[in-house]
Design a binder for this molecule. Structure first.
Ligand code: SF4
Ligand code: SF4
Length: 383
């Protein structure tokens, strides 16, 4: 495992961080819960393989992610790893609630301190209120009491908003979405450079765009195949990010031990270091990006912030089915998947256009319109 400096904190973390947002689940009908046994096995495997950075959040898996992570690391691993977790502004109803939420998190994580505590998914339209409510000062108090060791924020959105937030305070870390498709989207490469200049630890989420970059369409695979060194699609995506010296850790939201094993192998290669990309490799990635952008039409990362829909529409699932159909050039499998979603009452026909989901989407997707378009293409399967 390769390790990288974590901003100005003085310590290093594994370049591969484990994201605990997509832990294995048991699905019964339209209900899903964390498969605790498999999730604990996965987390312990990661720690045994040298992963020292674990990312979770107050709300992941309905609050169960922190608890499962805490239980998994309670085998003696806690002292060897760093935990980052996040509290969303919407859960900070009063100043007392902020502290109570942190206390609950500490209990669930079975620890007396959080290594990095983030304001989760800072929305630029809430930023003035976050400042006025003195949320950062609350966090500073937690830090003074030793309950947290660092203060950070996570952000989905455009560069100007990111720039405003990062410039406001001497953050210990920040977490942004980046991958080779989002170079001009989200906080952008400029955001990466800005975080680096401030000496702020930078952690990357969605390096595989919700997993989509792991299974390239034939046209993208053909581009990778041209390169003399054979690499899995996942490695190309990680390699793009490993090239940036400003990045401390890249989060992978693995669900299976097989995925994790592959990630660990990639992040143990001696050349996965800043400056690793050759000019030829940059060219391959640029061509792959152009090809992707010509086929992935809904930029959904599967983050599920738009859920729950009051009418049960499973928005990310529908967009994933639509994008899969586009990428693979056939909607047959997607139509069948959509048929099964309709059976459990999660299809787009249930949408009443209330707009609740659109307000929560960090990718600013016109969800209602895209659901209608997806429904037209995906419906019609009969069995
Ligand atoms: S707009 Fe449609 S999909 Fe979105 S929350 Fe409302 S009913 Fe659900
Ligand atoms: S539609 Fe938006 S909020 Fe919902 S899963 Fe996709 S990217 Fe996330």
């Amino acid at each position: 495992m390769l390790y990288r400096p974590y901003g100005k904190t003085g310590y290093s973390v594994s370049a591969l961080g484990m994201g605990c947002m997509r832990l294995p689940q048991i699905v019964r009908g339209d209900k899903a819960q964390v498969d605790k046994e498999k999730a604990i096995e996965l987390i312990r495997y990661a720690a045994a393989q040298g992963v020292t950075y674990f990312d979770t959040a107050f709300g992941y898996h309905g609050g169960d992610s922190e608890a499962v992570l805490g239980e998994a690391l309670d085998d003696g691993s806690r002292q060897r790893v760093k935990i980052a977790t996040k509290q969303p502004f919407r859960a900070m109803e009063t100043q007392d609630t902020i502290r109570r939420n942190l206390e609950k998190t500490l209990v669930k994580l079975r620890t007396d301190h959080i290594d990095m505590y983030l304001i989760h998914n800072v929305q630029i339209d809430e930023w003035e209120t976050i400042k006025r409510r003195r949320i950062i000062e609350e966090y500073e108090q937690f830090k003074a009491e030793g309950l947290i060791r660092g203060i950070g924020f996570s952000y989905h959105g455009k560069f100007p908003g990111f720039d405003e937030v990062i410039s406001y305070y001497d953050w210990d870390m920040c977490q942004i979405q980046q991958n080779f498709l989002d170079t001009e989207n989200e906080a952008t490469v400029e955001g990466i450079r800005r975080a680096g200049k401030k000496g702020c630890a930078l952690v990357i989420m969605e390096p595989l765009r919700g997993g989509a970059l792991a299974t390239p369409p034939p046209a993208v695979q053909a581009i990778y195949d041209e390169y003399p060194v054979k690499r899995a699609a996942v490695e190309w995506a990680f390699r793009y990010l490993a090239d940036f010296p400003e990045i401390s850790a890249i989060l992978s939201g693995v669900t299976t031990v097989e995925q994790l094993r592959e990630d660990v192998e990639i992040f143990s290669r001696p050349d996965m270091v800043p400056g690793c990309l050759t000019e030829d490799e940059r060219e391959i990635l640029l061509r792959a990006r152009s090809q992707y952008l010509s086929v992935v039409s809904i930029p959904c990362t599967g983050c599920a912030y738009c859920l729950p829909c009051p009418n049960g529409v499973h928005i990310p699932r529908i967009f994933s089915l639509y994008n899969d159909g586009k990428m693979f050039g056939t909607f047959t499998q997607s139509q069948r998947g959509y048929f099964l979603s309709a059976r459990t009452g999660n299809d787009a026909s249930r949408c009443v256009a209330c707009g609740e989901c659109e307000e929560k989407c960090p990718q600013h997707i016109p969800i209602i319109e895209q659901l209608k378009a997806s429904h037209e293409i995906l419906r019609g399967w009969v069995e």
